[in-house]
Design a binder for this molecule. Structure first.
Ligand SMILES: [Zn+2]
Length: 295
Protein backbone atom coordinates (compact mmCIF):
# COMPACT_ATOMS: atom_id res chain seq x y z
CA UNK A 1 0.00 0.00 0.00
CA UNK A 2 2.68 2.42 0.96
CA UNK A 3 4.59 1.34 -2.16
CA UNK A 4 1.60 2.16 -4.42
CA UNK A 5 1.11 5.45 -2.62
CA UNK A 6 4.67 6.53 -3.23
CA UNK A 7 4.38 5.70 -6.93
CA UNK A 8 1.34 7.97 -7.13
CA UNK A 9 3.18 10.68 -5.22
CA UNK A 10 6.18 10.34 -7.46
CA UNK A 11 4.16 10.67 -10.65
CA UNK A 12 2.35 13.72 -9.24
CA UNK A 13 5.75 15.15 -8.35
CA UNK A 14 7.10 14.41 -11.83
CA UNK A 15 4.15 16.07 -13.52
CA UNK A 16 4.51 19.11 -11.26
CA UNK A 17 8.18 19.27 -12.22
CA UNK A 18 7.39 19.14 -15.91
CA UNK A 19 4.64 21.78 -15.48
CA UNK A 20 7.13 23.97 -13.63
CA UNK A 21 9.70 23.43 -16.37
CA UNK A 22 7.12 24.41 -19.01
CA UNK A 23 6.16 27.51 -17.03
CA UNK A 24 9.85 28.43 -16.63
CA UNK A 25 10.31 28.04 -20.36
CA UNK A 26 7.43 30.40 -21.11
CA UNK A 27 8.74 32.88 -18.51
CA UNK A 28 12.28 32.85 -19.87
CA UNK A 29 11.21 33.07 -23.49
CA UNK A 30 12.90 35.67 -25.64
CA UNK A 31 10.92 37.09 -28.55
CA UNK A 32 13.24 38.99 -30.87
CA UNK A 33 11.37 41.63 -32.88
CA UNK A 34 14.29 42.33 -35.14
CA UNK A 35 15.94 39.40 -36.97
CA UNK A 36 16.73 40.03 -40.63
CA UNK A 37 16.49 36.96 -42.86
CA UNK A 38 19.89 36.60 -44.51
CA UNK A 39 19.32 35.05 -47.92
CA UNK A 40 23.07 35.07 -48.63
CA UNK A 41 23.77 32.57 -45.83
CA UNK A 42 22.69 29.11 -47.05
CA UNK A 43 22.39 27.58 -43.55
CA UNK A 44 20.61 30.58 -42.06
CA UNK A 45 17.33 28.89 -41.10
CA UNK A 46 19.11 25.87 -39.57
CA UNK A 47 21.40 28.16 -37.59
CA UNK A 48 18.40 30.17 -36.40
CA UNK A 49 16.60 27.02 -35.21
CA UNK A 50 19.71 25.92 -33.30
CA UNK A 51 20.04 29.29 -31.61
CA UNK A 52 16.32 29.28 -30.88
CA UNK A 53 16.59 25.90 -29.10
CA UNK A 54 19.67 26.93 -27.16
CA UNK A 55 18.42 30.24 -25.75
CA UNK A 56 14.63 29.76 -25.99
CA UNK A 57 14.18 32.37 -28.68
CA UNK A 58 11.33 33.13 -31.04
CA UNK A 59 12.38 35.24 -34.02
CA UNK A 60 10.20 37.73 -35.84
CA UNK A 61 11.90 37.05 -39.15
CA UNK A 62 12.04 40.12 -41.37
CA UNK A 63 11.85 38.60 -44.83
CA UNK A 64 12.43 40.20 -48.23
CA UNK A 65 9.41 39.68 -50.48
CA UNK A 66 11.51 37.50 -52.82
CA UNK A 67 12.14 35.00 -49.98
CA UNK A 68 8.54 34.88 -48.75
CA UNK A 69 7.80 31.25 -49.58
CA UNK A 70 10.77 29.61 -47.90
CA UNK A 71 10.13 31.58 -44.70
CA UNK A 72 6.36 30.97 -44.77
CA UNK A 73 7.08 27.21 -44.99
CA UNK A 74 9.67 27.34 -42.19
CA UNK A 75 7.24 29.27 -39.97
CA UNK A 76 4.53 26.65 -40.57
CA UNK A 77 6.94 23.90 -39.53
CA UNK A 78 8.34 25.80 -36.53
CA UNK A 79 5.59 28.11 -35.24
CA UNK A 80 7.21 28.46 -31.80
CA UNK A 81 10.46 29.61 -33.29
CA UNK A 82 9.73 31.61 -36.43
CA UNK A 83 7.14 34.35 -36.92
CA UNK A 84 7.15 35.59 -40.52
CA UNK A 85 7.30 39.35 -41.18
CA UNK A 86 7.35 40.84 -44.69
CA UNK A 87 10.05 43.33 -45.60
CA UNK A 88 8.47 45.30 -48.44
CA UNK A 89 9.43 48.51 -50.21
CA UNK A 90 6.73 51.09 -49.42
CA UNK A 91 7.54 52.87 -52.68
CA UNK A 92 7.08 49.80 -54.92
CA UNK A 93 4.12 50.36 -57.26
CA UNK A 94 2.58 46.97 -56.39
CA UNK A 95 3.30 47.07 -52.64
CA UNK A 96 -0.39 46.76 -51.63
CA UNK A 97 -0.71 43.58 -53.68
CA UNK A 98 2.50 42.25 -52.10
CA UNK A 99 1.04 42.88 -48.66
CA UNK A 100 -2.14 40.98 -49.54
CA UNK A 101 -0.07 38.05 -50.78
CA UNK A 102 2.01 38.03 -47.59
CA UNK A 103 -1.20 37.92 -45.58
CA UNK A 104 -2.50 34.98 -47.58
CA UNK A 105 0.80 33.15 -46.95
CA UNK A 106 0.33 33.48 -43.18
CA UNK A 107 2.66 36.41 -42.52
CA UNK A 108 2.02 38.17 -39.20
CA UNK A 109 3.25 41.67 -39.93
CA UNK A 110 5.59 43.91 -41.86
CA UNK A 111 9.10 45.13 -41.33
CA UNK A 112 11.53 46.46 -41.17
CA UNK A 113 10.06 49.28 -43.24
CA UNK A 114 12.89 51.66 -44.14
CA UNK A 115 14.72 53.51 -46.94
CA UNK A 116 11.50 55.32 -47.82
CA UNK A 117 11.42 57.99 -50.52
CA UNK A 118 8.90 60.10 -48.56
CA UNK A 119 8.12 60.57 -44.84
CA UNK A 120 6.30 57.59 -43.30
CA UNK A 121 3.03 59.54 -43.08
CA UNK A 122 2.86 60.26 -46.82
CA UNK A 123 -0.71 59.37 -47.95
CA UNK A 124 0.70 57.25 -50.79
CA UNK A 125 1.68 54.72 -48.07
CA UNK A 126 -1.82 54.57 -46.55
CA UNK A 127 -3.05 51.62 -48.65
CA UNK A 128 -0.36 49.51 -46.95
CA UNK A 129 -1.29 50.79 -43.48
CA UNK A 130 -5.01 50.23 -44.21
CA UNK A 131 -4.34 46.59 -44.96
CA UNK A 132 -2.08 46.14 -41.92
CA UNK A 133 -4.82 47.72 -39.81
CA UNK A 134 -7.43 45.38 -41.25
CA UNK A 135 -5.20 42.38 -40.47
CA UNK A 136 -4.38 43.65 -36.95
CA UNK A 137 -0.68 43.34 -37.77
CA UNK A 138 2.48 44.31 -35.97
CA UNK A 139 4.56 46.66 -38.14
CA UNK A 140 8.23 47.40 -37.46
CA UNK A 141 9.49 50.77 -38.72
CA UNK A 142 13.11 51.83 -38.78
CA UNK A 143 13.41 55.08 -36.84
CA UNK A 144 16.27 57.54 -36.58
CA UNK A 145 19.74 57.59 -38.06
CA UNK A 146 20.17 55.25 -41.02
CA UNK A 147 23.31 53.72 -42.49
CA UNK A 148 24.81 54.81 -45.78
CA UNK A 149 25.21 51.92 -48.22
CA UNK A 150 27.30 53.67 -50.87
CA UNK A 151 29.83 56.36 -50.13
CA UNK A 152 30.69 57.34 -53.69
CA UNK A 153 27.31 57.40 -55.43
CA UNK A 154 24.16 59.46 -54.94
CA UNK A 155 21.59 57.85 -52.65
CA UNK A 156 17.94 58.83 -52.10
CA UNK A 157 17.84 57.85 -48.42
CA UNK A 158 17.41 60.17 -45.43
CA UNK A 159 16.89 59.68 -41.69
CA UNK A 160 14.56 62.69 -41.62
CA UNK A 161 11.84 60.69 -43.38
CA UNK A 162 11.95 58.06 -40.63
CA UNK A 163 11.66 60.17 -37.49
CA UNK A 164 9.86 58.55 -34.55
CA UNK A 165 7.33 61.40 -34.43
CA UNK A 166 5.70 60.06 -37.61
CA UNK A 167 4.73 56.87 -35.78
CA UNK A 168 2.28 58.83 -33.65
CA UNK A 169 0.09 59.70 -36.62
CA UNK A 170 0.22 56.16 -38.00
CA UNK A 171 -0.71 54.70 -34.59
CA UNK A 172 -3.69 57.08 -34.22
CA UNK A 173 -5.03 56.80 -37.74
CA UNK A 174 -4.62 53.01 -37.77
CA UNK A 175 -5.34 51.92 -34.19
CA UNK A 176 -5.37 48.18 -34.92
CA UNK A 177 -1.75 48.25 -36.04
CA UNK A 178 0.80 47.58 -33.31
CA UNK A 179 3.50 50.04 -34.29
CA UNK A 180 7.04 49.11 -33.26
CA UNK A 181 9.81 51.65 -33.85
CA UNK A 182 13.26 50.15 -34.25
CA UNK A 183 16.24 51.76 -32.49
CA UNK A 184 14.03 53.93 -30.23
CA UNK A 185 14.37 56.86 -32.65
CA UNK A 186 18.15 57.10 -32.21
CA UNK A 187 18.95 59.78 -31.17
CA UNK A 188 15.40 61.15 -30.67
CA UNK A 189 14.76 58.97 -27.64
CA UNK A 190 12.61 61.53 -25.88
CA UNK A 191 10.18 61.85 -28.75
CA UNK A 192 10.07 58.06 -29.08
CA UNK A 193 9.30 57.55 -25.39
CA UNK A 194 6.64 60.26 -25.24
CA UNK A 195 4.84 58.85 -28.27
CA UNK A 196 4.95 55.41 -26.70
CA UNK A 197 3.58 56.85 -23.45
CA UNK A 198 0.41 58.21 -25.06
CA UNK A 199 -0.23 55.50 -27.61
CA UNK A 200 -1.00 52.03 -26.29
CA UNK A 201 -0.24 50.55 -29.71
CA UNK A 202 3.31 51.95 -29.91
CA UNK A 203 6.48 50.19 -28.70
CA UNK A 204 10.18 50.58 -29.45
CA UNK A 205 13.15 48.26 -29.64
CA UNK A 206 16.64 49.29 -28.54
CA UNK A 207 18.60 47.56 -31.27
CA UNK A 208 21.38 49.30 -33.16
CA UNK A 209 24.12 51.45 -31.73
CA UNK A 210 22.21 52.97 -28.80
CA UNK A 211 23.07 50.49 -26.06
CA UNK A 212 26.70 50.59 -27.18
CA UNK A 213 26.78 54.39 -27.29
CA UNK A 214 25.05 54.68 -23.89
CA UNK A 215 27.04 51.83 -22.36
CA UNK A 216 28.57 53.93 -19.55
CA UNK A 217 25.42 55.97 -18.85
CA UNK A 218 22.50 53.58 -19.14
CA UNK A 219 20.80 55.08 -16.07
CA UNK A 220 20.00 58.11 -18.27
CA UNK A 221 17.15 56.08 -19.70
CA UNK A 222 15.32 56.65 -16.42
CA UNK A 223 15.10 60.31 -17.41
CA UNK A 224 13.61 59.36 -20.79
CA UNK A 225 11.24 56.62 -19.55
CA UNK A 226 10.29 58.75 -16.55
CA UNK A 227 6.65 58.02 -15.76
CA UNK A 228 6.89 54.72 -13.87
CA UNK A 229 4.22 54.31 -11.18
CA UNK A 230 2.68 57.70 -12.02
CA UNK A 231 -0.89 57.59 -13.22
CA UNK A 232 -1.26 59.19 -16.64
CA UNK A 233 -4.14 56.89 -17.54
CA UNK A 234 -2.05 55.49 -20.35
CA UNK A 235 -2.81 51.87 -21.23
CA UNK A 236 -0.02 49.32 -20.85
CA UNK A 237 0.22 45.52 -21.18
CA UNK A 238 -1.24 43.93 -18.00
CA UNK A 239 -1.36 47.46 -16.51
CA UNK A 240 2.37 47.28 -15.92
CA UNK A 241 3.26 50.53 -14.10
CA UNK A 242 6.86 50.65 -15.36
CA UNK A 243 7.50 53.09 -18.21
CA UNK A 244 10.05 50.58 -19.57
CA UNK A 245 7.21 48.24 -20.55
CA UNK A 246 7.03 50.28 -23.79
CA UNK A 247 10.24 48.55 -24.91
CA UNK A 248 10.47 45.20 -26.65
CA UNK A 249 13.55 43.10 -27.32
CA UNK A 250 15.17 43.45 -30.74
CA UNK A 251 18.67 42.41 -31.76
CA UNK A 252 19.23 43.52 -35.38
CA UNK A 253 22.55 41.66 -35.50
CA UNK A 254 23.68 38.52 -37.24
CA UNK A 255 22.79 35.40 -35.29
CA UNK A 256 26.13 35.26 -33.48
CA UNK A 257 25.43 38.68 -31.95
CA UNK A 258 21.98 38.05 -30.47
CA UNK A 259 23.20 36.95 -27.03
CA UNK A 260 25.41 40.03 -26.82
CA UNK A 261 22.33 42.21 -27.28
CA UNK A 262 20.46 40.16 -24.63
CA UNK A 263 23.28 41.05 -22.24
CA UNK A 264 23.07 44.73 -23.22
CA UNK A 265 19.34 44.74 -22.40
CA UNK A 266 20.11 43.08 -19.05
CA UNK A 267 22.68 45.77 -18.29
CA UNK A 268 20.02 48.40 -19.02
CA UNK A 269 17.55 46.62 -16.70
CA UNK A 270 20.12 46.59 -13.90
CA UNK A 271 21.14 50.23 -14.40
CA UNK A 272 17.51 51.41 -14.38
CA UNK A 273 16.11 49.02 -11.73
CA UNK A 274 13.53 47.65 -14.15
CA UNK A 275 11.19 45.37 -12.15
CA UNK A 276 11.32 41.64 -12.88
CA UNK A 277 7.79 41.30 -14.36
CA UNK A 278 8.53 44.22 -16.71
CA UNK A 279 11.82 42.61 -17.80
CA UNK A 280 9.88 39.49 -18.79
CA UNK A 281 7.40 41.52 -20.81
CA UNK A 282 10.20 43.37 -22.59
CA UNK A 283 12.16 40.22 -23.37
CA UNK A 284 9.19 38.36 -24.81
CA UNK A 285 5.95 38.52 -22.84
CA UNK A 286 4.47 41.52 -24.63
CA UNK A 287 5.14 40.25 -28.15
CA UNK A 288 4.14 36.68 -27.29
CA UNK A 289 0.75 37.97 -26.19
CA UNK A 290 0.30 40.39 -29.09
CA UNK A 291 1.19 37.70 -31.62
CA UNK A 292 -0.68 34.94 -29.79
CA UNK A 293 2.40 32.72 -29.89
CA UNK A 294 2.04 29.05 -28.90
CA UNK A 295 3.68 28.22 -25.51
ZN1 LIG B 1 16.75 49.74 -38.76
Amino acid sequence: MSGARSVVDLSAFASKLSNDAAADKVASRIVDMHVHFDEKKPGFLDDLLKLSDRINLTACLLTPFANRRVVADAAKQHPKQIVPFGFVDLDAPDVARQVEELHSLGFRGLGELEFVKKPYIDPSYFPVYERANEYGWVVLFHTGIVLRQKFDEPEDVASGRMRPIYLEEIARRFPKITVVGAHCGNPEYEWAAEIARWNPNVFFDLSGSTLTKMHGRLAEFQRIFWWSALDWSSKTPDNDPSAFVKLVFGSDTDLSGVEGVVNQYRALFAACDVPEPTRKRIMGGTLAKLLGLPD
